[in-house]
Design a protein around this ligand. Structure first.
Ligand SMILES: [Zn+2]
Length: 247
């Protein structure tokens, strides 16, 4: 394994984290956006994540079906257990300037986003283990997906009195596990090549769970199921078309 390859993976994953901050930029110009934007943002993020997950799965089954499926089940169990632990552990002190209820909600969002991006970091890292082409596809899918996610985070924070720059900071902060996790995940699958299908499956299993446990319900809270389904379908199509076009 080349040290330059590891640096490259770190920089690509850092790029995906910074993209999250782009989602806060509309709030430089406006103080509030219609809530339907929150639904649309989450629907776009869901579609891109779903397409990325299947990209990881198809790459994995090219190596080994059983190990990929086993990895996906391990990823699913992992995410369900972590999410259970997370809901018991909240530290409202970080958002001390807000009212208690809002602080808890905001912190829970940041906490859930952090766990969410931990998995995406693993996804980016293991994807580079599958080659530069898959790595770039997953990096772009996650980076673009992070923009509406940053927008969704900011849509919750800004109307509660958080400035756009702080919202951008928290959005990027919530995505920092991406570069931090991508590097060890990449080194792991590069060192233990036979475990690559497990890694690809792991990230995909956890990500598919997050699409339907977090992003789709959040989208449906703010927009009609018809609009959410239309945006989600188009996002999946755009990502699949892109994956074919970069070949
Ligand atoms: Zn995400």
């Amino acid at each position: 394994m080349q040290p330059t390859a590891t640096v490259q993976v770190f920089l690509f994953a850092l790029l995906t984290a910074l993209a999250t901050g782009v989602g806060a930029l509309p709030f430089v110009f406006v103080k509030d956006l219609p809530r339907r934007w929150l639904g649309a943002s989450n629907a776009i993020a869901a579609g891109l994540m779903l397409a990325a997950s299947f990209g990881l799965l198809y790459e994995g089954v090219d190596y080994d079906l059983l190990r990929t499926v086993a990895g996906a089940v391990i990823g699913l169990v992992f995410i369900v257990l972590v999410r259970k632990l997370l809901q018991r552990d909240e530290h409202p002190a970080v958002f001390a300037q807000m009212t208690d209820l809002d602080a808890r909600k905001a912190l829970l969002i940041v906490g859930v986003m952090t766990m969410h991006s931990f998995t995406e970091g693993v996804g980016v890292g293991v994807s580079f283990g599958g080659g530069i082409e898959l790595g770039l596809f997953i990096t772009l899918a996650i980076a673009v997906h992070n923009i509406p996610e940053g927008l969704a985070t900011s849509l919750v924070l800004v109307p509660r009195g958080v400035s756009w720059s702080r919202a951008a900071f928290w959005s990027v902060f919530s995505s920092l596990p991406q570069p931090l996790m991508a590097v060890p995940a990449f080194i792991f699958v590069e060192t233990f090549k036979p475990l690559l299908p497990y890694g690809l499956g792991f990230a995909a299993g956890a990500m598919i769970w997050m699409v339907f446990s977090e992003l789709v319900p959040d989208a449906l809270d703010e927009a009609s199921s018809n609009l959410v389904a239309i945006i989600l379908t188009l996002s999946v199509l755009a990502m699949i078309a892109f994956q074919v076009l970069i070949r």
